[in-house]
Design a protein around this ligand. Structure first.
Ligand SMILES: C[S@@+](CC[C@H](N)C(=O)[O-])C[C@H]1O[C@@H](n2cnc3c(N)ncnc32)[C@H](O)[C@@H]1O
Length: 180
């Protein structure tokens, strides 16, 4: 999926890199992509360890990026990627994410968001319904997002849905393209 949507050389910003393991896995398979990791500062030591062990030339040390705080790069990225983060952050933070998106993403650039989503107000599986209970017990502000609500935020950021791909374990990979 990333191979299809990141087929040409370019710079990618990952939001919420977590451990950094996925960044290393994917950057290794996409050597033409310059992969910029980011997350809240408490994750940086762990991310850096994965990067140091992998020693890949195309994946870069994390920048401190909290989507609730304003951050605008000098040069916007061709791709913004995030996995398993929109259901972890609060809905207000998801709104902040999409409000800032035009500062991060170059015209015609793509936003790729991986994770569980609901459609028409319904879970796509019983295991996602259980996952929602687990999420909300841990943090009541977290939760599986409605595709339609996220898509509205994307449209307000001038991004149009290109692809909605079914992934393993009831996850989706949503791809939007910025229009201008
Ligand atoms: C479940 S982890 C996913 C990590 C990794 N992307 C993965 O798929 O394994 C959720 C990530 O979202 C990040 N996150 C939560 N709130 C955030 C915020 N306000 N700004 C940026 N990242 C945030 C967390 O720090 C964490 O790394």
């Amino acid at each position: 999926m990333l191979k299809t949507h990141c087929a040409t050389a370019g710079r990618l910003l990952e939001i919420g890199s977590g451990t950094g393991q996925h960044a290393v896995y994917m950057a290794e398979r996409l050597p033409h992509v310059e992969w910029q990791t980011s997350d809240l500062p408490e994750h940086h030591v762990g991310i850096q360890q994965w990067l140091d062990d992998a020693a890949l030339p195309n994946v870069f040390s994390p920048i401190a990026l909290d989507v609730t705080e304003r951050w605008a790069p000098k040069n916007p990225f061709g791709t913004v990627f995030t996995a398993n983060s929109l259901h972890i952050m609060s809905w207000l933070a998801v709104e902040d994410f999409f409000e800032q998106l035009p500062d991060w993403l170059a015209p015609q650039g793509k936003l790729i968001a991986y994770g569980p989503f609901n459609y028409n107000g319904e879970f796509t599986s019983a295991s996602n319904a259980q996952f929602q209970q687990w999420l909300q017990a841990r943090d009541p502000l977290s939760g599986i997002r409605d595709f339609e609500a996220v898509n509205e935020l994307a449209l307000a950021a001038d991004c149009v849905l290109l692809d909605d791909i079914e992934m393993p374990a009831n996850n989706r990979c949503l791809v939007w393209q910025r229009q201008q």
